[in-house]
Design a protein around this ligand. Sequence first.
Ligand SMILES: [Zn+2]
Length: 250
Amino acid sequence: MARETAGTAVHPPPEVGSAPGWPVVLYFHHVDPDIRHYTCVSPAAFDAALAGLGERFRPLDPRAVPAVVEAGGSAEPTCLLTFDDGYADVLEHALPIMERRGWRAVHFVSTDLVGTVEDHPVRGRLRHLTWDELAELTRRGHVVASHGCSHTPFDRLPPAEVRREAARAGAVLAARLPGAPDWLAYPYGIPPGPGVELPELCFGSVKAPALAWDAAPREIRRTYLPADGRERWETCMDEWRRPWSPGASL
Ligand SMILES: [Zn+2]
């Protein structure tokens, strides 16, 4: 999987879930029959994923995340779904499946891209959800949070600029979607360097280590179901659930 290990960093594989006792957090970008991407699955595959996850985990209502943090974790196996970038296919394809199976998600959006159409070099024309559509998601029990403003990786910006990006995205979200929590998912899963004040909960990617959220609230590990590796899904889900199994060595 060279694509996931570009550069020199070696990171844990998707089979690694969360620190024992903390919810497994998954990220997707698209649920679409035609888009090829390592976190894009077809609607049928997404439905199968939620079926498998539902057998092993209680869906974590994203609005209950603060209570999980407050409690220092989750006594039962829980899984939180997240989507990055706010693409329109999520509303079209993922939402009905999630609602039918009793799941809600966190949608991390880059505020400058809301309502725009992106000409992606690989994935083609991609429509981003509008503010009205994000408000609709919120009404239906989902949570919308920050993915920065411009989707620039934070390690390419000076600290002052990262601070401005995070603050501006938070302010725009608070104005557009009152009640939106102060959470952020790093563009490309890349945290900034030291010296930047960040929201209270920050979500990384599969590059992040599996640490307890209270020990590392600004680099919460998220993992994914490899779109091109369906044969790994059962193992992934079993591994993610293992820390809650009776007799599991923590
Ligand atoms: Zn992104």
